[in-house]
Design a binder for this molecule. Sequence first.
Ligand code: ZN
Ligand code: ZN
Ligand code: ZN
Ligand code: ZN
Ligand code: ZN
Ligand code: ZN
Ligand code: ZN
Length: 1750
Amino acid sequence: MASAESDREVSSAICSEFLRFSAKDTASAWLQACDLHKEVYQHLALYVPKIYCLGPNLNPSSEDLLAPLLLLAPLEWYLFGEEPALALARLENNSQPSQLCGHVFKVGEPTYSCRECAADPTCVLCMQCFLGSIHKEHRYRMTTSGGGGFCDCGDAEAWKKGPYCHKHQANSSDCSLQDPLAQLSEDMVARGYNIFSVILKYAVDMLTWDKEDLLPPGLEPPERGDTYYCMLFNDEVHTYEQVIYTLQKAVNCTQKEAVSFATTVDREGRKSVRFGDLQFCEQAKSVIVRNTSRQSRPLKVQVMHSSVVAHQCFALRTLTWLGHILGYSDGLRRVLCQVGLQNGPEGENSSLVDTLMLCDSKMWKGARNVYHQLLMNSLLMDLKYKKLFAIQFAKNYESLQSDYVRDDHDREYSITDLSVQIFTVPSLARMLMVEENLMTTIIRTFVDHLRHRDLQGRFQFERYTALQAFKFRRVQSLIGDLKYVLITRPTEWSDQLREKFLEGLDAFLELLKCMQGMDPVVRQVGQHIEMEPEWEAAFTLQMKLTHIITMMQEWCSTDERVLIEAYRKCLAALSQCHGGFTDGEQPINLSLAGHTVDTIRYQVSQERVSIHLPVSRLLAGLHVLLSKTDLANRFPEQLPLSELSPPMLIEHPLRCLVLCAQVHAGMWRRNGFSLINQIYYYHNVKCRVEMFDKDIIMLQAGASMMDPNHFLMVVLSRFELFHIFSSADCRKRYRDANKDVVQQNNTLIEEMLHLIIMIVGERYVQGVGQVEASDDIRREIIHQLSIRPMAHSELVKALPENESKETGLERVIGSVALFKKPGVTGRGLYELRPESTKHFNLYFHHYSRADQSKAEEAQRKLRRQNGEDSALPPPSPPPLCPLLASVVGLMQSDVLLAVISAVLQWTTEPSGGHWTESMLQRVLHLVAMALLEEKQQLENSSGDDDITFTFNSKISRPGEAPSTSGSILALLESLQNAPHLEAHKHMIQWVLKMVFTIKTMREQHTASTSAVNACGSVEEAVGERDKAERKRKAEMARLRREKVMAQMCEMQKHFINENKELFQQSNEDSDSPGSTTEHSALLAEGPEVLVCVGPRLPGPGPRRRQVVTCILCQEEEEVRADGRAMVLAAFVQRSTVLSKNRTRSPPDPERHDPLFMHPDLAFATHTASCGHIMHATCWQRYFEAVQAKEQRRQQRLRVHTSYDVENGEFLCPLCECLSNTVIPLLPHTHSGVGQGCVQPSLEVWIKSSCQQAASPAGPAGSADSVPEAGVEGAEAPEGSSVDCPISSPFSSSIQGMITTFGTATYKIGLKVHPNDQDPRVPIMSWASCAYTIQSIERLLTDEEKPLFGSLPCRQEDCLSSLARFGSACWTAAPLVTVQNHFTRLLSALVPGVKADNTPCILDIDMFHLLVSSVFSYSSVQRLDQSEMCSLGSAQLHLLHLATVAHLVQILITSVPVDSLMDQEEVCGSEEEEMTFHLYNTLRTLLDSMLPEVSSGWQLWRCVQSGLLPFLRSAAIFFHHLNAVETPPELHVAGPGQWEALCSYLSLPSNLLQLYYNLRTVMEPLVQGWCSHPAVRQTVQGGAPLISFPRESNQLIELPDDYSALINQASSFTCPRSGGDKSRAPTLCLVCGALLCSQSYCCQTEVEGQDVGACTAHTYSCGAGLGLFLRVRESQVLFLAGKTKGCFYPPPYLDDYGETDQGLRRGNPLRLCPERYRKIQKLWHQHSVTEEIGHAQEANQSLVGIDWQHL
Ligand SMILES: [Zn+2]
Ligand SMILES: [Zn+2]
Ligand SMILES: [Zn+2]
Ligand SMILES: [Zn+2]
Ligand SMILES: [Zn+2]
Ligand SMILES: [Zn+2]
Ligand SMILES: [Zn+2]
């Protein structure tokens, strides 16, 4: 405590000194001084330690007050030479606003980029600029900023179009040429220069200062105290929990403080955790170091002298100050830039900015952030100095990157992150490339950091360590930088640029060479591999480089000289890699079909093979460019084409493709998943462009340069299939082969045929085929959509993205697909246009086998539907480019013909596994392709002579191979009718027809007529047969369709039955398991009016039997009072859905008296049921089994379930609906209705009820038995119930279930422990019945549905059983308790009845009162047998009383707008007159506290609309209670309801008559109500008025544009941590509160547990239930209790009808009102918890989430 005392003394001493201080004087003293530096330092040395760091708190508010006065003011005076405020205002007026926006983004702020106009995806706009730009009409992308980075508005290089918004447009004209210094006086420039030099030097000195105890010269404090800080620094190694735990131990703080320390350390990068003398701090340090060094390297802690910390704090402050001053003047900004970049005494690279950058990784986060921000405000905003800074940045590049790699902070805190601001400016990037050789530097730096190599110098990732992996991850950011440099292709090349680019390419080739052949694999035979080799690193590298490789090619394509040179270099690199291609293999000689070739003996299945061949693939890419630009034709002499060795080019790509084929054939099973994964990624959309695709191209290039027969023989040999096709008798191959080998070979043959199809057919890349740039993407889309209709995002995912994350999808999608909008669920889908199906190719090279078979199925189905045959011939391919044109020769080569002929020969024999259908299919496809080729050539040629492609004639001539029996054509003809080839029949026919067509064409060409007739007749016959066949097929298809339709119809019916809820169908189907079979015989008395209450209730009629089926044992059971109990699965939950007051605090569970419900309905209990019925015993057995299973499961492993067994939750055994109790089914007893009885009038009834209530036998006499807290009322007063033993009408099993449900409602509704003796038990189930009816009534009104007939039967069943339960539940409670309740309820309506704590009628929800009093009256009636039969009239009396009371309530609470519209005063109706009169009576009773009105017109409307929900609820209630049929008038919505409703309720339609016809009874009651003191209080404004009707609560209104929400959330700060941005701002959809979710800072304790802001909010806002929108994730969050939650699709959709959960795609999002309404409906229906349950059941990972922390 002593130290605190001295603190105060010091500060008071300073205060007086401070008062004497004059900033102006100090500044003028400085102006005179010869050594400004010394003067200023002296001043700082004196004052800084007096202001900063005087106590344990590092940032007290006094600093914010004192620093500007004592430290900054003199600086400003010096700078301006006048009052700073004036000077700044003047500067602001003079300087033109910058043409750059430069707005620096906060975390979470929305940023916008234009997909059409942005130079690259890093160019972004702030919301302000975006809204004022042309891009808001374009296709834009929206993201949330991760903080840092700034708005590029005004940067002409960043935008292809519209670089300025409205605001920044104005200044774009001239000022860029102006020197900003011209605006300032020379004097000020000089002073600015002086003072900025000193201050910036000071800041740099302090921030880069690494001594803990000393200060730089000139800053030593005049006096030094023994005051130190123990400073804890951030690292990314230790977790939050570790730090919190350590701190609690080391500095003895509470968990809360530790959390706060840890949060600050994480945010600021450092935090003082202890203040005191040296020893005190050292002690804490050693504890922290000891505690954290066990797991990893220790946390960084320093004990620093307070003066050092003080100067550091002020240094940060000066940087902020500088940034602030710059904002006023471009001139001063330039001065600061000059100061910052001026070289220091040490010469090159010694400017202050250099010093800062080079120390970057040594500074703490907070300091880095501040100076980065200043750099962005100064150097990056000044176009001249941005360039100079860029040069310095590039000079230091290597060193900065190395620092970054060693550091462990995230890149956003590193100076290297500024590369995006510099390198993405094309002019700067180009300049740095030329002048600083940036491209080479980046690549070299990257290669330097990757040191793990094998003997040949190739990268070796196989067994690299965690540390290497970590470094590898960090190094990858260099690739990002390279991408920035290359992202804009040059439009003009200078010689220097060529030179430097090619130098960079050299470096790049060095990198690729290290990758060529890396991570080779060898086939594992015998044993499975022991350890899966590491493969991910190599693929990560490949993936990261993919775009770079593509961009390199694009750069090359823009300049012919560069392209030629690059091609040479690449070829040289490839030769170096493979030093000739043989790698020491033995040469062999192969011959087949009369051709011979030399190759090497190499088998993929036995030797090393690698998937990584980037050099070969780059060469393939460049080769295509040569072909595309036609360079090879124009300058063949400049190209090293003669050096090309085609066998060498194809060798390695071919091995790689063979490897894939062998993996497919199952030959590499023992090599494990590592290889499977590699093959997967080789074909994956992320890699294939620079892997698989390029290998195919390389084979195409090779094939174009080789003799086709030679090429194919090499292929056969590498596939290890040569012997099969070369041996004399092909079928010999089966003689001694086992089944596995046969199968393997079959697959290999299939794969090889597929490869040939691809080599010949894939011509959609520019340069391979003669196509447009967009043909490629169009074809991809067609083939994706041939599988099935897809959503936009699915398509995007299936397409390769370029470096700007664009696929080009939008440019072509419209031409091939139609968009179908989504409904309330699902998403918008693209469907292939019918005319595009003709481009479908079954052997599309990007199909996986699974895709292929799906597409095949889909396309065949489509053809069937269109009545076409099932053949799927190839589409006509585009022509090849000249350089590759000779590839077509493959199709008519002798070797291929031999292969085709062999396969066809095999297929003639149906038996055995010697061939496969896929094989045949592929051969037919190849034949078809060849025929199409010939047809095209014929079509495009003028004369016959130039057609070299003569496939047709080749297949017609008999085979030359020794075994061949006939020509291929003959084979095909014989196969077309083979029964075992039925599936291929159409395709064979297609081929034969094409053969004929070509023949005809040729004949036309040659004008020869010979042999036409012979062939023609055959062909015609074929044609005729075809036609008949097709007709038959079409007919069959029609029949099949009809059958399918019928089936679908049936299925639909079934579906509707299963999902009645969805279709809102009334219950007609009486034998579905859930429904009760209860149909009373129609009453024959036609004209009798249906009433649901009162003595005129229809008689019992024939005895109704209710027979139900148990869903568990399937037995039928009749519902009888003395029978076995049947129960409905039910879910009881607390609800605030109808609440009109969300500020009310939750009721205290123990003391709350729930008898009277307040009309604000703030907290209530809702009951729902899925309607499934079980025997009580069956259910109990089921539940016990669930419990037991859960216990076992918990013991074994801590798996959570979606339901909480300990709280009685279970899933309905049939529909898996979340339930937590069961409602017993009770029979309806008609005992109460007796026409013959004397029906007492209201007056008589009131009198007798009053007497009963007051009777000595009645419990109301004893004052203490009025249950208040619910404890003492439990014991039944002796005597009263003993002498009147009541036997329950129910069997014991039913009785038990009555207790079960009653207790459950009580337990959940009040959040208490179960206690079936508590007098509040029956009240809770009555209230739940009332509330459930009210909420259903609201739903029906909101949806404009009729009152009856529109509810799903499960709700009808639930209401019936609730109503009957209510009337029977008194049997489970002590009689007196219930009677007591009745007495108290009655006292609210009949003020004559004495009871304690009766609320006034304004504080009572009348419907709850009605329901409770009707239920509790049952017990009163039990007391006196003589009144048995008058139950009906008692119900009616209670209804009358409640109605009149509600009427009065409405008249008092309605605030009539006394409009001038009611001119019809004179001719007011009877109702209006009476209302008017009654209102005035009330006014008199309340001493004119109610406003005066002039007529009853308005009042009557208020009464009608106010009463309607009550009457409707009452009708539902009595309908279910008394099981009366419903009148047809109420089965339709719309007008005329009022009369029908009143009549059904036995009420006069002029409800005022209830009052006027019984005035003698009513008047005293009304007087009594009004005389309650609370009424006057409320009317006078003592409490908020609830007016009727209560409107349904709506979820909050959401903006149409989602970015408005993001913007709103980005300015939201955490309410607990002083202006800090919230990381997960979350919006409550119920009340609109914004919360700081999922963060330590806003955790609160609820019921003894720390919970996140959302969970805490649900307790006050939704009784434990919450609906939220996580703004940054664009995700709806449902929470229920602490353990349940799920995510739900947001109501925001993009233009493609898709949501964007996680905001990953960034398409603009708009509100979809239908979806929002659906969410609201879930809430209104109380189905949110059920929704969570279903979601959790469907996705188990949701169960494991700690929802309470959100
Ligand atoms: Zn902007
Ligand atoms: Zn702008
Ligand atoms: Zn645009
Ligand atoms: Zn059963
Ligand atoms: Zn169910
Ligand atoms: Zn809320
Ligand atoms: Zn917070």
